[in-house]
Ligand binder design. Structure first.
Ligand SMILES: [Mn+2]
Length: 469
């Protein structure tokens, strides 16, 4: 990955912008569909702000990656142009059948791997087609931003939202961003829109009192502090920090002392690289006035992501397009989300001995103990908090309300490039047992029939031993 790939991506962005530009004349009705996570919401907000300023008739729908039936229903709606964000690459057959074949126009701006299709009514932007990695070099929000900034320079201020999406998709490595993300961050700093400094990276550090921030810390989960109010109080007392002060306002020296105190308190956890990086590192702050809500981009990403996770993505979207009246609702959802993940991580800490080891991954079956909707996030947080060894992919399984088993798999950033394509391996194993699934090289998910669990474990182990092929 280098300059040439970033250039190719830029040229591909220009092509999509050239396709979109003549359709902003107010005559084309546009339907935007995007994902419900932080990256999807940020992507939809960037595009919505752009379409709104052109006075284009459009609607936005936020949902999970659509099924064939969903796309067939879209085809029956009265729109001339459909824009898929953070999805679409894996649904090209249905898009071709139900939209393009019915004379609809389609734009796909996505960073998930998928098929390729040449069609006069289709325009696509995907880092995978430019030699870039869709899991680290750019997310959907960065891709959408790359398109809209070609339309007009005034959309440049949306660059903070582009970075929010990348953070939400966990594209920031210990060494920082790579590829297009790295260029976006450097430009945003040069433009004076984003500032960088080091600090405690716990979310809600600028939103809730220090004692509450510590007690509800999930990223990372702090052994001995998370969900232990009295121990959080005595830690702050020992440093003379008022329980009600904000961590973001402690000042550099006191913040460092608090970090040291946390490192000593959590014991063995502190020796793990994943944990150290999750607790302390770069904090990005926006100086952009038209971004309503938290000014720290990590918190902003957590906030809109929580809205999606609590099944209210439209609240995160409203905030991201600049409607501050939704801020209180969004903060409430983030608070509920923290309590919910706290419970899930406690369950996991309790069950660490129940993890089983296949030849190529670690796994746990949660049955009905963990909501299948938060299973993947629970595993991501557990890896970042060094609660589970990160030397192998981690796979969680939980029952769904529909009687299936949901599979969520995650790979620690340190294992990327070790030759296993997790998304492909999960897709193969799921298909082999009558289910379906897929994803990235770092995170993947599937649904399988409940009575095929053991077969799935066997199939996945064999797919992974072949590198996912
Ligand atoms: Mn994404």
């Amino acid at each position: 990955m280098g300059r040439a790939e970033i250039k190719r991506f830029r040229r591909a962005s220009e092509e999509v912008a050239a396709f979109l530009r003549p359709r902003l004349d107010g005559k084309t009705r546009i339907k935007v569909v995007s994902h419900t996570d932080a990256d999807g919401i940020a992507s939809a907000a960037i595009l919505a702000r752009c379409l709104y300023s052109y006075n284009v008739p459009f609607t936005v729908k936020l949902w999970r990656p659509p099924s064939d039936d969903d796309i067939a229903q879209l085809g029956a709606e009265n729109y001339g142009l459909y824009i898929f964000l953070d999805q679409g690459s894996g649904q090209l057959d249905a898009i071709n059948k139900y939209l393009l074949a019915r004379d609809k126009e389609v734009i796909i701006i996505d960073h998930h791997p998928g098929q390729l299709l040449e069609h006069p009514k289709l325009s696509c932007l995907n880092p995978h087609n430019c030699g870039l990695s869709g899991s680290t070099d750019v997310s959907a929000s960065g891709a959408v931003f790359s398109v809209v900034e070609q339309l007009d320079l005034r959309f440049r201020s949306l660059i903070s939202l582009a970075i929010v999406g990348a953070i939400g998709d966990r594209q920031e490595m210990s060494s920082g961003f790579t590829g297009v993300n790295d260029t976006l961050l450097k430009r945003s700093v040069d433009l004076g829109l984003v500032r960088e400094r080091d600090g405690l990276r716990m979310t809600r550090r600028s939103l809730v009192p220090a004692v509450e921030c510590l007690r509800t810390s999930i990223r990372p989960y702090l052994l001995g502090l998370s969900d232990n109010l009295s121990s959080c109080r005595s830690l702050l007392d020992s440093l003379g920090i008022s329980h009600s002060s904000l961590i973001s306002e402690l000042g550099a020296e006191m913040e460092r002392r608090l970090a040291d105190a946390i490192f000593s308190k959590v014991g063995a956890q502190a020796a793990k690289e994943e944990f150290r990086q999750a607790l302390w590192g770069t904090i990005l702050t926006t100086a952009n006035e038209d971004l309503v809500g938290p000014k720290e981009l990590g918190e902003y990403a957590a906030l809109i992501d929580a809205c999606g996770n609590m099944k209210k993505p439209e609240i995160g979207f409203a905030l991201a397009v600049g409607d501050g009246s939704y801020q209180i609702d969004a903060l409430g959802l983030l608070s509920n989300y923290h309590e919910r993940m706290l419970r899930a991580l406690e369950w996991l800490v309790d069950k660490l001995a129940s993890f089983k080891l296949a030849a190529n991954f670690r796994y746990i079956y949660a049955g009905k103990d963990v909501d299948s909707a938060i299973l993947g996030e629970m595993i991501s947080l557990a890896i970042e908090s060094a609660l589970i060894p990160a030397d192998q992919p981690v796979v969680g399984m939980a029952d769904t309300a529909e009687g299936h088993v949901k599979i969520s798999a995650r790979v620690a950033p340190s294992l990327i490039g070790m030759g296993v394509n997790l998304g492909q391996a999960i897709a193969r194993a799921a298909t082999a047992v009558g289910g379906y699934g897929g994803g990235h090289d770092v995170s993947a998910a599937a649904r399988i029939p409940r009575d095929r669990l053991d077969d799935f474990v066997r199939e996945l182990d064999s797919a992974m031993s072949r590198g996912g092929l």
